[in-house]
Design a protein around this ligand. Structure first.
Ligand code: 1CP
Length: 355
């Protein structure tokens, strides 16, 4: 893969922590750091649809920069959505305010799967243009690209929208495994193409969001999901950038998610980092894991929880983790006070580094 535009940012604390180096401060960024918690986001999004903003290079650049400017986080994450490559490929869907992605014609049968389009690079040209604008603006701050993992994308396509129980998805997976693996193969190809487009434009790291994989048993994950996610990571290895893997409620899956091939494994707030390192095994960095609800509990609680996590991270590193990137255990909640986020970043940056 040719990536002539990639920047050299080896001193960036986020990249040092992700690659087994020694960061000069504790790196922190937040999943969903761009978005409704920020008044400047609500202002630029007024009257502009979610998907429209994801395909507008200037707007996606501006929204990506907002949390970097305001909070001084150690990484930017591309403003996009996991369904953007599906939309770009021609699948009829929308992101409905207050709901999330809604698919016009859910994918339920072998014929539906056969009819799915593939993604051509030029269809995400607006995202590529947005990445290029961002690299000019970001200075020394790394840019994380991302995509949804095949299972989480499949859940939206099969259910037709957000789902609590993923029952139709699991039904296809368990009753018609040929159709399931064909579907995940198509989604894996789309995910790889979307991430390659971002890497070609110069993103400094990638995160694969398998947000809903925690709904699966370990046996289901291993048989029906892991081989596909592993193909995503394997195909991106040559880019030489850190690859992060994250899902919510995946405490039972952490070992298998690490096996899929990421360099960094994201951990939600349910599992202490000292347990996470045992499950993931030595040789990978960890990312997480402040409960997003803690940001509502006031400065004293935030400080107590941040210090606990930093302490557990240091222990995890002593146990074989190659680094720690501070983050939440899932995304910033829309009602979060942005001041609490900025204060949390300052607190983390002020903590001593492990000896
Ligand atoms: O109009 C709006 O503001 C809609 C809210 C919103 C936003 C701000 C959606 C709809 N997507 C996004 C942006 C987004 N989506 C980002 C921005 C970058 C950043 O982190 O700052 C990212 C990383 C995503 C990824 C995403 N979309 C995931 C994976 C991350 C996660 O939260 O687990 C998932 C599952 C989605 C689907 C989605 N898109 C939007 C919503 C509300 C949802 C979730 C719906 C559900 O509950 O199933």
């Amino acid at each position: 893969m040719s990536t002539p535009t990639r920047r050299r940012l080896s001193d960036a604390p986020f990249l040092a922590a992700a690659t087994g180096g020694t960061p000069n401060r504790r790196p922190v960024w937040f999943m969903r750091q761009a978005g409704r918690s920020l008044p400047e986001y609500r202002e630029v999004r007024a009257g502009v649809g979610m998907l429209e903003s994801c395909f507008d290079p200037e707007l996606l650049c501006e929204i990506t920069l907002q949390p970097v400017r305001r909070h001084g986080v150690d990484a930017a994450i591309l403003f996009s959505d996991i369904v953007v490559p599906l939309k770009a490929a021609g699948i009829d869907l929308d992101i409905v305010p207050g709901v999330g992605p809604v698919i016009a014609k859910p994918v339920r049968t072998a014929d539906d799967v056969r009819a799915l389009p593939r993604l051509r690079r030029e269809e995400v040209g607006a995202v590529v243009d947005g990445v290029r604008l961002l690299l000019d603006e970001l200075g020394d701050t790394p840019l994380i690209g991302f995509a949804g993992a095949p299972f989480t994308l499949a859940s939206y396509l099969v259910e037709g929208g957000p789902s609590k129980n993923h029952e139709r998805t699991k039904a296809m997976m368990l009753a018609d495994s040929d159709t399931w693996h064909t579907l995940l193969g198509v989604l894996t190809d789309i995910t790889i193409e979307f991430l390659r487009a971002q890497l070609g434009a110069g993103v400094d790291a990638v995160q694969l969001f398998d947000s809903w994989a925690g709904a699966l048993s370990l046996a289901q994950y291993r048989e029906f999901v892991l081989p596909h996610s592993a193909r995503v990571f394997a195909e991106l290895a040559a880019a030489g950038v850190p690859r992060i893997h994250f899902g919510v409620g995946t405490g039972e899956l952490l070992g298998a998610m690490g096996e899929a091939g990421a360099d960094v494994v994201g951990v939600d707030w349910r599992v202490p980092l000292t347990d996470a390192v045992r499950r993931v095994g030595a040789g990978k960095a960890l990312q997480g894991n402040l409960d997003p609800a803690v940001l509502f509990a006031g400065p004293a609680v935030i400080e107590r929880e941040v210090r606990r996590i930093a302490h557990e991270a240091d222990e995890a590193i002593a146990m074989g983790a190659t680094g720690h990137i501070f983050n939440l255990g899932h995304g910033v909640l829309p009602q979060t006070d942005p001041g609490a986020i900025t204060a949390t970043v300052e607190l983390i940056h002020g903590l001593p580094l492990p000896l």
